[in-house]
Design a protein around this ligand. Structure first.
Ligand code: PLP
Length: 394
């Protein structure tokens, strides 16, 4: 008889964002026509930039003529895109062989799929509050999870310590949900720890493009020793508005080995077995992001989201709330006022001012009492949400 994977029963009852959607839907059906100001889920509001749209159209036309038509591409990514991404790293001082870059359908897919490389016996360390998919993917895989709580006392950037026993280490910097960013010394401590322990860091760099302080590392491979202990998972979702278009990339250095097995070679084998790669059209669109024109245009969009962050920060300042993030990251992480728990604060904001945020409890137990605002909303909605917040809480 077929046995289902019983670990699904160990997952939390519902995924955070589904639970939010349900509460919002219930509110909307009770208050039809009432506008909502969505500062919750991290989806972008600006469309793809002109350089990307042109490249996508051209790629569609390529598929219309026998002379330019593309069938299957290499499973690990088209050479033109792998080269463009490697050149992008080179401009920031990180030397990669284009073959060390794997094109993906996005960071979420990779964060789940990459677990194929590791035995379920190796525990996974998750720095919390954390993007919920880290824990859920490991529960499904049957891996023991070591939860490392962080808080304002360490700026939500905990350091490794000798008592932590895990083979896989998830780090997300800039962090979702807290907006905290490791500096070089903080990240180097994790790289040295992983190398000493023979652990592997899964470095989620989905928000690297939001770092504006040049002293902060945007890639873990800016740090010496990272090539022997880290895999970097990146996404064009927030960098370039690809949340609905889907494209990302993962860097696995050739020298990364554990117990005589080369993780790069294993991932090539995995990809050639489990995927036929990402579509030609999307990879052409993705390559446009790394052109000078594409870089200028995505920066214009990022500037809009940073202005949203400033508008929200002003409102939180007026309300006298403690918060972090917002400067080098597209999220603001605040303490709920009056000791409210985070789902109570969620309901309060929804009912009183129709602002939707994300309850901190959804990111791990230590997120309770905190709340996340995303800066990816439209400027008009963000201004309205900020004015309502200041009036309600100020
Ligand atoms: N990693 C983090 C930290 C995220 O916040 C997100 C999306 O919100 C992802 C990964 C997923 O990105 P993608 O859209 O590329 O799947």
């Amino acid at each position: 008889m077929l046995m289902p994977n019983r670990r699904y029963a160990d997952l939390k009852a519902s995924y955070l964002f589904r639970r939010i959607d349900e509460r919002v839907a219930a509110y909307q059906s009770a208050h039809p026509g009432q506008p909502l100001y969505r500062m919750g889920i991290g989806d972008v509001s600006l469309p793809l930039c002109g350089a990307v749209i042109r490249a996508l159209h051209e790629a569609v036309d390529d598929q219309a003529a026998a002379a330019t038509f593309q069938g299957y591409l290499p499973e690990c990514g088209a050479p033109f895109l792998r080269e463009a991404i490697a050149a992008h790293y080179a401009r920031r001082g990180v030397t990669l062989d284009p073959d060390e870059v794997f094109v993906s359908s996005g960071a979420s897919d990779e964060l789940g799929d990459i677990l194929d490389l590791f035995s379920p016996e190796s525990a996974a360390l998750v720095v919390e509050p954390a993007y919920p998919a880290y824990v859920d993917a490991n529960v499904i895989a049957g891996r023991r999870i070591v939860h490392l709580a962080s808080g304002p006392e360490n700026g939500f950037l905990p350091a490794p310590d000798g008592s932590l026993d895990a083979g896989l280490i998830y780090l997300c910097s800039p962090n979702n949900p807290t907006g905290a960013v490791y500096d070089r010394a903080g990240l180097q401590a994790w790289v040295d720890f992983a190398n000493r322990r023979g652990a592997v860091i899964l470095f989620d760099a989905a928000y690297e493009a939001f770092i504006e302080d040049p002293a902060l590392p945007r890639s873990i491979f800016e740090l010496p020793g990272a090539e022997t202990c880290a895999i970097e998972i990146c996404s064009l979702s927030k960098t370039a508005g690809f949340t609905g278009t889907r494209l990302g990339y993962t860097v696995i250095p050739r020298v990364l080995e554990r117990q005589g097995m080369q993780l790069h070679a294993m991932w090539v084998r995995n990809r050639t077995t489990k995927t036929n790669g990402v579509s030609y059209i999307l990879q052409k669109g993705g390559a446009a992001v790394f052109t000078p024109q594409g870089q200028r245009e995505i920066q214009e969009n990022i500037r809009v989201y940073k202005q949203n962050a400033r508008v929200l920060m002003e409102a939180l300042d007026r309300a006298g709330l403690w918060y972090c993030g917002g400067k080098n990251a597209p999220y603001l992480w605040l303490r709920c006022p009056g000791g409210m728990d985070s789902w109570t604060f969620f309901d309060y904001l929804l009912a009183e001012i129709q602002v939707v945020g994300t309850p901190g409890a959804g990111f791990g137990a230590c997120g309770e009492g905190c709340f996340r605002f995303s800066t990816f909303g439209s400027p008009a909605d963000t201004r309205e949400a900020a004015a309502r917040l200041a009036a309600l809480l100020g």
